[in-house]
Design a protein around this ligand. Sequence first.
Ligand code: NAD
Ligand code: TYD
Length: 358
Amino acid sequence: MILVTGGAGFIGANFVLDWLATHNEPVVNVDKLTYAGNLQNLRTLQGDARHQFVQGDIGDSALIERLLKEHQPRAIVNFAAESHVDRSIHGPEDFIETNVVGTFRLLEAARHYWAGLADADRQAFRFLHVSTDEVYGSLKPTDPAFTEEHNYEPNSPYSASKAASDHLVRAWHHTYGLPVLTTNCSNNYGPYHFPEKLIPLMIVNALAGKPLPVYGDGMQIRDWLYVRDHCSAIRRVLEGGKLGETYNVGGWNEKPNIEIVNLVCGLLDELRPRADGKSYREQITYVTDRPGHDRRYAIDARKLERELGWKPAETFETGIRKTVEWYLDNADWVAGVQTGSYRDWISQQYSQENKASA
Ligand code: NAD
Ligand code: TYD
C-alpha cells in the first residue's frame, strides 16, 4: 500500500493511473479537491478496489495520522500543492498554506508514523517529495542546465514555496533521519493538464476561437517532459533512489514558448483545421509579460539516467501529438473543466457526510 497526496490533480492522477496499470499494490489517494483536483481524471478507476480516494487536506494532521495508522503504507508520494505561478503572483497565501505548512504537517505525521514502525518496515519506508526545477531560479542563455548541485534561487511565490518545502524535507532527513527522496522535474505536459497552463490553454483557446496569449516576447524557454515519463521517473526513484538525495527529472527538451505555441497550432491545423481554412497561428496575441518572469529553465537529468537507468519513453514530437489528440478526443473533459461542471460531479460523489475531514 502506498499513500499518494494530490492524486486528483494533473500529475498525481497520471501517476495513480500509471501505478495501477503497472502494479497491483493498492493506493490511498488523499486530495483536497481544490479547483485543480478533478475526480473525473480518475473515473476509469471507479469500482477498482485497489484505489481508495479520500477528500482531505495534507495540513489536517489528525486525518493524515489516522490514514497512516489505518492503512500502514510503505511509502508516501507527495504531489499535493498549489502549482500555478500566475495564481501565486495574485494570491500567494494558499501557496504558503499548502506547499509550506501542509508539507510540514505531512512530514510530522510521517515522522511519527515511521518512528512507530517495526524495524524492517522502518527500513523500507520512503517519503518521496515531488518538486520542480523552478526552485533553482532562472538560467542565462549560455548557462549549463540545472544539476542537483545548483543553488536554490526561487523567484516566484510558487517556486519560493516549493523551495521551502524541499528544505523542510531535507531537514527532516538530516535531523530526524526520515527516509526521504526528492525529485525536481521540468515542465510537464499531457492528458488531464488543467487549461490554465501554457499547452492546454493554447489547445483549448485555439479550438474555441479565442486569442492565444503569449507573454512578453515569447522567447522564454521551458524544458518539457511528457507526464507519463515523469511518473516512470518517480517510480524509479521510489524503487532505487538513495535516501536523502535529490534527483532532477527532464527530457532534454528546451523550447521557447512561441515555438511551442506554433507547434500546437500546426498540429491543430492538421488534425482539426479551422472552418475558414486559415491557420490557428492567426489567433496568437502577444500580451503583457508576467511579473518576475523566469527566462529559462533547463534540466540536467544525467544523475537519474546514470544511477537509476531512467530514460523517457516519449520524444517531444510523439508526446505533443498524443497530447493534442487527447484534448481533441476528450472534449467532454474540457467542457467539464471550463463550465465548472466537474465540481457538481464531485459534490454528487462526495456529499458532506462522505468527506473524510468532515
Ligand atoms: P495540480 O495543480 O494539477 O494538482 C495539485 C493537486 O493537489 C490537486 O488535485 C489539488 O486538489 C491537490 N491539493 C492542493 N492542495 C492540497 C492540500 N492542501 N491537501 C491535499 N491536496 C491538495 O498540480 P500538478 O501540476 O499535478 O503538480 C503536482 C506536483 O508536481 C506539485 O507538487 C508541483 O509542484 C509538482 N510539479 C509540477 C510540474 C508541472 O509541470 N505541472 C513540474 C514539476 C513539479
Ligand atoms: P506555465 O504553463 O504557467 O508554467 P510555468 O510558469 O510553471 O513554467 O507557463 C509556461 C510558460 O508559458 C511560461 O514561460 C509562461 C508562458 N505562458 C504564456 O506565455 N501564456 C500563457 O497564457 C501562459 C499560461 C503561460
